[in-house]
Design a protein around this ligand. Structure first.
Ligand SMILES: Cc1cc2nc3c(=O)[nH]c(=O)nc-3n(C[C@H](O)[C@H](O)[C@H](O)COP(=O)(O)OP(=O)(O)OC[C@H]3O[C@@H](n4cnc5c(N)ncnc54)[C@H](O)[C@@H]3O)c2cc1C
Length: 380
């Protein structure tokens, strides 16, 4: 089948923010080999390339992306070891094509009783993209179950296999969004899940959910249902009528133990002892995969934003979510300019008041370095 190429396509409907100008070319890739034609097109016109999954972790510029967008649309899950997996103590291997919607995969594993990703229920986006920032939630992350990934090099069109270790997964990080950003199209991921129940119920919200219902031994289905309900309260799942968002706009900063203590002292001096106590109670020891710094601490960015009085802060039609300040909302009709004006103000205020630099979680697409500095620089 030949590659489907569209020209001057508005990207707004392809993102959960519902924001963004047009792409010069949008290539829908239904087999990894087709990506080679898209690469040839980009080369022939010296255009940059960008891989667009479900658009739930990006902010596209109002001017759009003057280049070639590759949109993986290959679907399918192959299961290995399904028979053996009926016995406890065994594992089942899932080969998942990049375009497969992530939550559909999670739903299927829960139906089958394969453990390992149930707490990652209801995260939007595609399965290939799940690897890019090592998605994580409620005590699980992709790195716990990843075996390997098939990737296609965008420079040469060559397919290769990367073992989990080569992907260097850590908190919201991999080679795909750091050292080797923009080099690969992830074509499929392979996960190893357990037939033996491994409930992860450590998170406070999850514990509270089951305590309220007097459920001491929740099933895997109960856990998925709990996560969906908890998430729906906290993260407005982007739907047309609600405007849009891209989930957490800021990462939780990871600090050394010494930096964490200085932050507590600064918060106590600036906002008082109750604020300091909230910080001490809520920050958790960093469990980031691949982190060698065992004494590092993860600080809740939402708390810092809240302490700075930024809940509900607005610019144009964009707003810091009043109930979950990690999220920036498109209240309907927001532009990328509105969103970055809000984000820049949040970064500068949090830095001024606490000394912490907040990093963005979504990728910015179609912005020049100069624009990014102008919006997000903390010096001005
Ligand atoms: C309401 C909401 C809640 C969320 N909750 C969470 C959460 O709890 N935990 C969490 O970790 N994330 C969360 N996210 C963020 C987001 O859903 C995940 O990061 C998701 O994996 C992104 O998938 P996507 O297909 O939408 O990727 P996109 O947004 O399309 O792309 C994200 C990045 O991945 C790259 N990319 C996409 N596909 C590929 C591919 N096949 N090969 C190479 N690069 C690729 C893109 O170039 C881009 O850099 C949330 C987002 C929303 C809107």
């Amino acid at each position: 089948m030949s590659l489907e190429i569209q020209q001057d396509v508005p990207l707004k409907p392809y993102t959960t923010f519902k924001i963004g100008g047009p792409a010069r070319y949008l290539c829908t890739v239904t087999a990894p080999e087709q990506a080679r034609d898209a690469i040839a097109l980009a080369r022939s016109q010296s255009l940059p390339m960008f891989v667009l999954g479900g658009g739930s972790n990006i902010l596209v510029s109002d001017a759009g992306f003057h280049g070639v967008v590759l949109h993986p649309a290959h679907l399918g899950v192959e299961v290995e070891g399904q028979e053996a997996a009926r016995h406890p103590e065994t594992s089942v291997r899932l080969h998942i094509k990049a375009g497969e919607p992530w939550d559909r995969v999670v739903g299927r594993t829960v139906e089958q009783g394969w453990w390992g990703i149930e707490n990652l229920s209801h995260i939007p986006g595609q399965s290939g993209a799940a690897l890019v920032q090592n998605i994580g939630a409620y005590g699980q992350q992709l790195s716990d179950v990843l075996e390997h990934a098939e990737v296609l090099r965008l420079s040469s069109g060559e397919l290769q296999t990367l073992a989990a270790g080569e992907c260097r997964l850590a908190y919201r990080r991999s080679i795909f969004n750091s050292t080797r950003r923009g080099e690969f199209l992830i074509s499929s991921i392979t996960l190893s899940l357990s037939a033996k129940p491994k409930p992860q119920l450590g998170y406070r919200d999850v514990q509270a959910y089951f305590a309220d219902r007097g459920n001491r031994q929740p099933s895997q289905r109960d856990i998925r249902e709990a996560i969906i309900q908890i998430r729906d309260r906290k993260f407005p799942y982007p739907r047309e009528e609600r405007g849009g968002n891209a989930g957490s706009f800021f990462k939780n900063p990871t600090l050394s133990a010494g930096e964490g203590q200085s932050l507590e002292a600064r918060v106590g001096a600036r906002f008082g002892h109750p604020a300091r106590d909230r910080l001490t109670a809520s920050r958790s020891r960093s469990g980031a995969a691949g982190s060698s710094a065992s004494d590092s601490v993860k600080v809740p960015a939402a708390l810092l934003i809240d302490l700075c009085g930024l809940k509900g802060f607005e610019a144009g039609r964009a707003q810091v979510n009043p109930s979950q300040p990690l999220v920036i909302l498109n209240q309907g009709g927001a532009t990328a300019d509105d969103v970055l004006c809000v984000a820049g103000h949040v970064r500068r205020t949090v830095y001024r008041e606490t000394g912490v630099v907040l990093e963005l979680e979504p990728e910015l697409v179609g912005f020049s370095r100069r624009e990014v500095n102008r919006y997000l620089g903390i010096g001005s």
